[in-house]
Ligand binder design. Structure first.
Ligand code: NOJ
Length: 749
């Protein structure tokens, strides 16, 4: 159906565009008038130029194309509408100056992957998602936008809102994990953060929801690979965060490298025209991913660049990033009557509209301001926000015998492992090196600064990813001299990110053997794990007394980890993605269907949907994360006021949460729902709401939820979003596999 739309829908589409693009509002909307006025003065070549985006000559985030001569000359000729990877007011000014020398003087857009901070690096997006704190995430993006917008950037290629159920995929680090509900809230928060009080403010940059669509479901977790999924799965799980971004007013979308059910997303009329621009009424523009128009040739979907340009243009891809397909072919396609002026004008108008909305026509240099660049970057209060975000991003996976937090009275602590002294590595992939002199405190720096009374011994132990055990003896000897050992282990920062898929996601090299050697000394060992993805570390999980998953925490990572180790911050992060026991379980996700032969437990394998050599359960489930304190979910009445509701009624439920531990702390109370009988099938549980509740030691609070129709709705076989009457289960818990309260209720007609 998706594919057929490409051919059959074309004529209708052109007609629709001719009318829909210019509605009544065109006469009234002052920006439409301005766009029309500029458009009417442009030549076809200048219009095509607006659809063309080049990488700068500085740094490349994709395979470099060297077929363009002098890019500044191209800009002067009006052949470029946007550039990417050009940062800083000095550098962007050179390019904007060139645009101002073009006949039409249309300002350039400056796009950049501002993924988790600009000058100040925040935790990687997957880590931030562990906070389940949309206000903090919005604030992080606000700061990133403010810094970027003071440095010439007016467009970020973020947020990445791809749902990911496969930790082999290197890009899990860029998203918010596996859940469509949490992912949607975070997608909207990031858009709000980047776009602030709206385009037109000098501290707002255009956001870009990417990669549209289903890129996170690449087969085998291999980057750029094909995606094969039902439309039901697409709508139910993969599209919601994109819809949330669109509803939050995201200015742009980026399509994706993958094909979806046999059609490259870049050439998909269904995704771009039908869903995004028609159903969702998206008024911004769509940029291709790097070279993805031209890549329809190796995909085997287009025979040459001209056909690729025709397909992409028809499908609703407005701007070409780095393929050269539009700039080299569109004029001829128009001359040959294959691409209409209507189609070109629609794409150009969308881009010009954003340039107007940002005020670039009034002042092309409004983001290029050396004074602001000097004063807006790296503010102390923003470093504090980065530390706050880093605190909230860590997940405490294990804490036997409450060995954490550590006592400040400790005299000798051993620091062992290849990441103890990591500095810039803490920034992780997709971070920017805006300040080459940035000095990021390592974990060891931070510990020494915070607790000068403690003596910290250091041993490197082993490298991240080789087989040498030459450092083991020193590590063991160092551990033996200390009261407590802290080990900082993990992946290298460039082991996750684009084109960083792995078939083996175990803690690399001999690190787990080093942990074993150190744990066998009998000393209390705290293992900190840094990575951009869920890793596999079963021996450590089963034997090390304490494990803190720290991901890549950014500029303030060292300080934040030290705070958690000594209890200045009580960890509160909850996993937004499932951690498997082995790669053989992947894809693994909590919101799966039940099957006709569900296993009742991990030992129930006889003629059941199970593995004979492996439990079904994950190592760490979605929503899991410990605190230094303990929370009781008190099953007190009344839990709910009624056990049956009509379709448009809400159901209020409440219970008492009590902090029964010794420390003040924050619990993320999670509400899951299951529709027990439905067609099509519904998952065994789905996150529908959550509350973050901060309680002092001993404090109790009533926690309430309101179950709404939307929480009970799903896409039926006709892809209509609807409810079906019947019995539902409501589950409240501390993690998807730690449900503390469970009830059923009835939805009646
Ligand atoms: C390719 C990546 O897939 C995309 O996310 C990124 O924005 C572009 N390159 C530009 O760097």
């Amino acid at each position: 159906m998706i594919k057929n739309f490409t051919k059959t829908g074309c004529i209708l589409l052109l007609l629709a565009l001719a009318f829909a693009g210019k509605s009544v509002s065109a006469q009234d909307d002052p920006i439409d008038k301005k766009v029309d006025s500029v458009l009417s003065k442009m030549t076809l070549d200048e219009k095509i130029g607006q659809l063309n985006q080049y990488n700068g000559d500085w740094e490349a985030t994709g395979p470099v194309t060297k077929d363009v001569g002098n890019k500044l000359d191209e800009i002067r000729k009006g052949r470029v509408g946007a550039v990417l990877n050009i940062m800083g007011s000095a550098h962007t000014k050179i390019f904007q100056d060139a645009a101002m020398q073009s006949r039409m003087k249309i300002p350039l857009l400056f796009g950049q992957d501002v993924i988790h901070g600009y000058r100040i690096t925040f935790p990687i997006p997957l880590a931030e998602a562990c906070s389940w704190d949309t206000d903090a995430i919005e604030k992080a993006e606000r700061i990133a936008a403010t810094e970027a917008a003071a440095s010439g950037i007016n467009w970020t290629f973020a947020p990445m809102v791809d749902i990911a159920r496969d930790p082999r995929w290197g890009r899990v680090m860029e998203g918010a994990g596996e859940d469509p509900y949490l992912g949607s809230l975070i997608a909207a928060a990031r858009v709000r953060g980047f776009q602030g009080n709206g385009l037109g403010n000098t501290d707002a940059v255009m956001a870009c929801a990417k990669h549209f669509a289903a890129y996170g479901a690449a087969i085998g977790g291999r980057d750029y690979n094909s995606v094969d999924m039902s439309l039901h799965t697409l709508w139910e799980y993969y599209l919601p965060p994109f819809k949330a971004a669109a509803d939050a007013g995201v200015a742009t979308f980026m399509n994706s490298f993958n094909d979806l059910n046999g059609t490259p997303a870049t050439g998909s009329v269904y995704l771009q025209r039908e869903v995004l621009k028609r159903k969702w009424n998206f008024k911004g523009f769509v940029v291709s991913d790097w070279g993805s128009i031209g890549e329809m040739i190796p995909h085997g979907y287009a025979k040459d660049n001209a056909e690729a340009a025709l397909i992409a243009m028809t499908a609703g891809n407005d701007m070409d990033m780095e393929s050269r397909s539009y700039i080299n072919n569109l004029a001829k396609l128009v001359a040959d009557n294959k691409v209409s002026f209507t189609l070109i004008d629609d794409a150009v108008s969308r881009i010009l509209r954003k340039k107007f909305e940002m005020g670039l026509f009034d002042d092309p240099y409004r983001f290029i301001n050396p004074g602001r660049e000097k004063s807006a970057l790296n503010l102390p209060e923003n470093q504090d926000a980065a530390k706050d975000m880093a605190h909230k991003s860590m997940v405490l996976l294990k804490n036997d015998h409450q060995i954490l937090p550590l006592s400040k009275q400790l005299k000798i602590v051993a620091l062992i492992g290849p990441l103890v002294k990591a500095k810039k590595e803490l920034k992780g992939f997709w971070s920017l090196d805006v300040d080459k002199n940035e000095d990021i405190p390592s974990l060891m720096d931070a510990l020494q600064k915070q607790n000068p009374q403690t003596q910290y011994l250091f041993s490197y132990g082993c490298n991240i990813n080789d087989q040498s055990k030459a450092g083991f003896a020193d590590a063991v000897a160092t551990a033996q001299k200390a009261e407590v050992v802290i080990m900082a282990m993990g992946e290298a920062p460039d082991m996750t990110g684009e084109a960083k898929s792995k078939s083996n996601i175990h803690l690399p090299g001999v690190q787990e053997e080093l942990i074993k050697a150190v744990v066998e000394t009998g000393k209390p060992v705290v293992v900190i794990l840094m990575s951009g993805r869920p890793m596999i570390f079963n021996w450590t999980a089963d034997h090390a007394p304490a494990i803190l998953y720290a991901w890549w925490l950014g500029s303030q990572g060292g300080n934040a980890m030290a705070d958690v180790l000594y209890g200045a911050y009580n960890p509160s992060g909850k996993l937004p993605i499932t951690f498997p026991r082995t790669e053989g379980q992947i894809p693994i996700y909590y919101n799966h269907l039940n099957t006709g032969r569900p296993a009742a437990s991990d030992n129930d394998v006889n003629y059941k949907s199970a593995y004979i050599d492996l439990p079904n359960s994950p190592k760490y489930a979605f929503g899991y994360g410990l605190s230094y304190t303990h929370f009781d979910y008190v099953d007190d009445e009344p839990f709910y006021t009624t056990t049956a509701i009509k379709d448009n009624e809400n159901l209020s439920i409440s219970f008492t949460l009590k902090n029964t531990g010794k420390y003040a702390g924050e619990e993320t109370v999670q509400l899951y729902i299951r529709d027990l009988v439905a067609q099509p099938l519904r998952p065994v549980k789905e996150l529908k709401d959550f509350r973050k509740v901060y309680l002092q030691a001993g404090e109790s609070r009533r926690v309430s939820f309101n179950i709404t129709r939307d929480m009970l709705s799903f896409y039926n076989d006709n892809l209509e979003y609807t409810t079906q009457p019947g019995e539902f289960q409501v589950m409240i818990g501390s993690a998807s596999d730690d449900i503390r309260l469970k009830r059923t209720f009835e939805l009646t007609n």
